[in-house]
Design a protein around this ligand. Structure first.
Ligand code: ATP
Ligand code: MG
Ligand code: FE
Length: 346
């Protein structure tokens, strides 16, 4: 069947259509600009924007695919994690469509969607593979078998900030425009990473090899900026150094996880997988270690509906149970299984 995927966990409203592992069409609307003057996502504004964008985005995805509403055979929707008001809008819309069309509904984990995004570009994931998920809210190294069936094993997570959060927060200190990650990436091109010394947290011999920490790095970058008070801040150098430190730690640990577990493929997904230095350094280090690297194209790294359709499609083909129509959201769902069907709460 054609699977419609709906994403609304943060500030992107996404709809995607996938059949048999192939992306047929997708569309994304973002409320990013409405949040820019607040320096971060305002949950109430994000939820209202999803109400506004839901139907147009579904129609745009259908038009791109050359399909009609009646061609949809299943609906997958992000039920967590994310902002509760934002998730509620997508789930309510998805339930309405599934009910009206008489098709099954699947509640899926947003991060499993990020992982599945890569299958749209590069085909089925090898079993097993190591996945580095780096986004605005999460940074984890995962051992993945069959994404639709098996439990997802966490090799390590961040103790504090996510890598994307680190970029976003340091960008604010550097007075770069919102959102910070892409702004740091752009500025870094003009800078010299060696001009500023920043730490590589949790890379010592006694540190856990797969655990991350980015709050100390964020603080070190902020202190460096403070030392320039009253002078002009060499932002490009700071951005380059921060990006180098993040990319270095991420790729070093990810490659070590593959080597230690005898896994031949590293998959890097999530918004920070769009970072040019993360991509280049991952490429370089995987090649040196004899590993295959998979990274989705830029458009599929940040939040979108295609990735939710992709994981829905995998669940449908794996024969997973659909969600009951009274399924609810789970804003802080841990990543254990791709399908997220929490029981309805009163
Ligand atoms: P999560 O997926 O953890 O719930 P999210 O959905 O908000 O969080 P994503 O959409 O996956 O996160 O990614 C957004 C993050 O990616 C932001 O922190 C943003 O700054 C970062 N990001 C996007 N592009 C780049 C880039 N080129 N370089 C660095 N960071 C980037
Ligand atoms: Mg976003
Ligand atoms: Fe995301």
């Amino acid at each position: 069947p054609v699977v419609l995927g709906i994403e609304s966990s943060c500030d992107e409203t996404g709809a995607g259509l996938v059949r048999g592992g192939r992306l047929l069409g997708h569309a994304v609307a973002s409320s990013m600009e409405e949040h820019a003057r607040f320096g971060g996502v305002v949950p109430e504004i994000a939820a209202r924007a999803h109400v506004h964008s839901f139907t147009p985005v579904v129609h745009r995805a259908l038009a791109e695919a050359g399909l009609r509403m009646s061609d949809i055979g299943a609906v997958a929707v992000t039920t967590g994690p994310g902002l509760s008001g934002a998730l509620q809008v997508g789930l309510a819309g998805a339930k309405g469509l599934a009910y009206a069309l008489g098709v099954p509904l699947y509640g899926v984990h947003h991060l499993a969607g990020h992982v599945a995004a890569d299958t749209l570009a590069h085909g089925p994931l090898p079993d097993p593979c190591v996945v580095l998920i780096v986004s605005g809210g999460h940074t984890s190294l995962l051992f993945v078998r069959d994404l639709a069936r098996d439990p997802i094993v966490h090799l390590g997570d961040t103790l504090d900030d996510a890598a994307g959060e680190c970029f976003d927060k340091v960008a604010r200190v550097f007075r770069l425009p919102y959102p910070g990650g892409p702004a740091i990436d752009r500025m870094a091109r003009e800078g010299d990473a060696r001009a500023v010394t920043l730490p590589r947290p949790l890379t010592g011999p006694r540190d856990d090899p797969y655990t991350f920490s980015f709050s100390g790095l964020k603080t070190a970058a902020a202190r460096w900026a403070e030392r320039h008070r009253g002078q002009e801040l060499p932002v490009a150098d700071g951005a380059a150094a921060l990006q180098e430190a993040v990319a270095d730690v991420l790729t070093r640990k990810a490659v070590a996880a593959c080597t230690a577990h005898g896994v031949g493929t590293l998959v890097v997904v999530g918004g920070v997988a769009a970072n040019s230095r993360v991509r280049a350094l991952a490429e370089e280090r995987c090649a040196a270690a004899g590993l295959t690297l998979r990274v989705p194209p830029l458009k599929l790294c940040t939040d979108n509906g295609a990735m939710i359709a992709a994981i829905g499609d995998l669940l449908v083909r794996a024969g997973a149970d659909p969600a009951p129509l009274d399924v609810s959201i789970d804003p802080s769902a841990p990543l254990e299984y791709a399908a997220l069907h929490p029981v309805a709460r009163p």
